[in-house]
Each structure stands twice: as C-alpha cells, then as structure tokens.
Write a protein that binds this ligand. Structure first.
Ligand SMILES: C[S@@+](CC[C@H](N)C(=O)[O-])C[C@H]1O[C@@H](n2cnc3c(N)ncnc32)[C@H](O)[C@@H]1O
Length: 253
C-alpha cells in the first residue's frame, strides 16, 4: 500500500515516466499538470490509475530512474561506470564510505543505494553551489538519512577513520591518496575516476607509492542493442569514452 510521502513514478502508455510524491491533495507533476494525489495514496505498486482520462501504472522509482531526473551542474559519473564501483569496492549495507567531490550527487546516490539503510556516505565538497545541487538530488532519493555532507578539501585530510572505502572523483586524486590511506581500515578499498589517461597514470603511480596493493585499472564500454521485429543491431548512438576507474586496497597499517 502506497503511503503519503512515498516517491512514485507514473508510467503512461508510451513508457514515459512522471515523478511524483504521493499526497492526498492536488499535485503538480512535471509534463502532466495538476493531478489528484488521492488516487495514488492507497494504491499498490503495479496498479493502474486514471488521470485525466489516461491510464498510468504506478511503480517505485529505481536508481536509474532517480539518476535520469537529477538536476545537473557538474557532470555525473555515468551509471555504466558508477554501478561498477560498489561491487569492486565490496560495499554493502552498513559500509562507511568517504566520497569526493559531491558534484551533482550522482555517484553519491549510487553509493547510498549500496550502503543503506545501516551505512553512511560522507561526501567532501569544496564548492557551495555544487553542494546545493547534490543536496537537492540526494533529498529526492530515499537515502538522505544515510548521507553526511562535509564542506572541505579532501586533500587536506579526512576526519573519519576505519573506513571501508574512499572514492575520488576530483581532478587531482593523487593528492588525496595519503589522506585516503590513513582513513581506511586494513582491507578497505580506494577508487578513483578520471577522464584522462595521464591522470590515470599519475593516480596509479601514487597508489603504488602510498602502499596500496591489489591495483586494477579499467574502462567500460557500453553499446545498447536495438531489438526490433525486423532485426537486431547496435544503436547508432554509443556512449563512448567517459573515464577510467582505478581501484586498490589497503593491505596493512
Ligand atoms: C566531476 S564532479 C563530481 C561528480 C560526481 N561524482 C557525480 O557523479 O555527480 C567533481 C566535484 O569535485 C569537487 N572537488 C574538486 N576538488 C575537490 C577537493 N579537493 N575536495 C573536495 N571536492 C573537490 C568539485 O567542486 C566538483 O563538485
């Protein structure tokens, strides 16, 4: 049963998704206009409701849905890359992770999905304007209670200790690696995302210098397949290069 305050998506006959928060009152829904929210409250996910003579299926938004409707200021890490990060870092419910910077909060939401409801993501950010956008986006997810925003430069130090992971999406991740090494528990993982190969090289060299082990650097390529009655072929628009991921592990104090 959908209760007041629950986030939902209303999917029309063409598959278009409309985001709403269930409330027993008239709701403003982007691209739909004003709708009566009482039809949503008390329904269940998977039910169809009628709005202005059209039928909409009510579903719970997935992480992909949440990412697709985020406000953007800084470029987010694409899901094709960010979805790899929690698994490679062995994060799960209860994990404690530091991330820098917040940017638009895209990676933050992916990390929160992995560690909630018992874990915490601590996000360091130097820019107030980016922090505000990230706050707005994380606030639209169900995970805000597991998030702590820290205004500050991650390269100057990390106040948390005994962390399970540190993820860096900043231009100079090598400068934050000594702080990451001090803040991680033995066995904890560090991950860096950089768009350029020279940044990747500097990062991996510094990971080795600081004493991280079990290094693994890679990029992902994703090609959507179009499956039609008349044939199956790749989409003409491929998401090509985005960035490189470098991962490593703290093996001793
Ligand atoms: C590319 S954006 C991060 C995007 C984010 N990962 C996402 O998926 O939405 C990089 C962010 O790092 C912040 N930043 C850069 N250097 C930093 C530092 N030393 N400490 C904390 N934040 C930093 C920038 O202000 C910017 O908001």
């Amino acid at each position: 049963m959908i209760e007041e305050g629950t986030r939902v998506i209303l999917i029309d006959g063409k598959g278009t998704k409309h985001f709403a928060v269930a409330e027993r009152k008239m709701l403003e829904v982007r691209r739909l206009g004003t709708i009566d929210g009482t039809a949503i409250c008390g329904s269940s996910f998977g039910d169809d409701i009628a709005v202005a003579g059209h039928s909409f299926r009510i579903m719970k938004p997935s992480v992909m849905d949440i990412l697709s409707q985020m406000d953007r200021r800084a470029q987010i890490i694409s899901p094709k890359d960010s979805f790899h990060i929690p698994m490679h870092m062995d994060l799960g419910c209860g994990s404690r992770v530091v991330e820098a910077g917040a940017g638009s909060g895209g990676l933050t939401i992916v990390l929160l999905k992995a560690v909630a409801p018992a874990g915490t993501v601590y996000t360091y950010e130097v820019r107030e304007d980016h922090a505000k956008v990230a706050e707005r986006n994380v606030g639209r997810s169900d995970f805000a209670s597991c998030w702590q925003l820290r205004m500050g430069d991650v390269c100057q130090g990390i106040e948390e200790t005994d962390l399970d992971g540190v993820v860096l999406d900043i231009p100079n991740p090598w400068d934050a690696l000594p702080a990451a090494a001090s803040a991680l528990r033995v066995g904890g993982h560090v991950c860096s995302y950089v768009p350029n190969a020279n940044q990747l090289e500097s990062t991996v060299r510094k990971m080795r210098e600081v004493g991280f082990q079990d290094l693994f650097a890679f990029e992902t390529l994703q090609r959507e397949m179009m499956v039609h009655d008349r044939g199956v072929r790749p989409s003409c628009d491929m998401l090509g290069h985005t960035g490189y991921l470098a991962l490593a592990r703290k093996m001793r104090q």
